[in-house]
Design a protein around this ligand. Structure first.
Ligand SMILES: [Mn+2]
Length: 307
């Protein structure tokens, strides 16, 4: 598998620490040298963007608006170039705000795009209602065109609900308390509890649904889909969540589907991981998910990303 790694150390809070430092921390923990051995890998470095300012913008109502828009343009340009040379993009956030750039690139190159979205939150707050003002609470709603009318091109809708599946969200009660609508019922949807004990069948069903609407789709993994006792270095922990074994199985299955066009990993916060053990665990996850023998999956089944 020819993997091009791209960092996008963007923190939607408009800060240059926390998740913004994840690409560097994961490289230092062996992401390139260890996790990706056995694959043909190039590290493209990090996307550049304007200096983030922790203030809500006038156009989107989101924090660090100008930095956000310039970051999305950079992610899109770089991921488009990776896809155009038929390599597999591995995009390391930062937080989930990086996703719309990858989706736009995928749609530009492949003509349509679907999304397998794996996250502890639905990320579909209308920007004006978001209590944080962070794009990473809103990106899925924006990508689906559900939540904002007037947005810059970088945040324009790129996804259709029939080409989208949500796996692992567990913030339904919080959304309800704030009067924010859930995506449950409007697209393929399974909470962490729905997934327990039936990862393989759920992923197969989600991907089959996506592929009826889009031949190529993006795999997005927000690591806060994990339980806090599995990964504590995240900014918005919640009760419940998946185990590393469950997330690894889910990811390994998804990566072996020929329609999987790229992969993003977000939300690891190195500032909450003083000794780096959580970074090493994330690296092991990438290694295991890409391993040809991951969870007994048959290599003949399909080569990761061969499509
Ligand atoms: Mn998220």
């Amino acid at each position: 598998m020819r993997i091009d790694v791209l960092g996008a150390g963007f923190n939607s809070a408009g800060l240059d620490d926390g998740v913004a430092r994840a690409p560097g921390a994961l490289r230092r923990a062996g992401l390139i040298t260890r996790a990706l051995t056995g694959h043909e890998v190039r590290d493209l470095g990090d996307v550049e963007f304007r200096e983030p300012i922790p203030r809500r913008g006038e156009v989107t109502g989101l924090l660090a608006e100008e930095a956000l828009i310039s970051m999305l343009a950079g992610v899109r340009r770089n991921v488009e170039a990776i896809l155009a040379r038929e390599h597999f993009p591995l995009l390391i956030g930062g937080d989930c705000a990086v996703l719309p750039g990858a989706l736009a690139a995928c749609r530009a190159v492949h003509g349509s795009v679907g999304l397998l979205f794996v996250d502890g939150h639905e990320d579909a707050w209308p920007p004006a209602d978001s209590t944080t003002g962070e794009a990473a609470d809103c990106e899925l709603g924006l990508a689906l065109g559900l939540t904002a009318a007037d947005v810059p091109a970088e945040l324009a809708p790129v996804l259709r609900p029939e080409a989208t599946a949500l796996l692992g969200p567990r913030d339904g009660a919080e959304l309800h308390d704030h009067g924010v609508g859930s995506l449950r019922g409007s697209l393929w949807f399974a909470t962490d509890r729905d997934l327990t004990g039936r990862i393989a069948a759920s992923v197969a069903d989600a991907v089959a649904t996506i592929e009826m609407a889009a031949g190529h789709w993006w795999l997005h993994v927000d690591l806060d889909v994990l339980a806090t006792d599995q990964l504590a270095a995240v900014d918005y922990p919640q009760a419940g969540g998946l185990s590393w074994a469950e997330l690894t199985e889910l990811t390994a299955i998804a990566l072996r589907r020929p329609g999987c066009a790229g992969w993003s990993i977000t939300i690891y916060n190195p500032d909450l991981d003083a000794d780096g053990h959580e970074a090493r665990r994330v690296v092991r996850y990438v290694e295991e998910a890409l391993s040809p023998t991951a969870h007994g999956l048959d290599r003949d089944h399909a080569e990761p990303g061969s499509g």
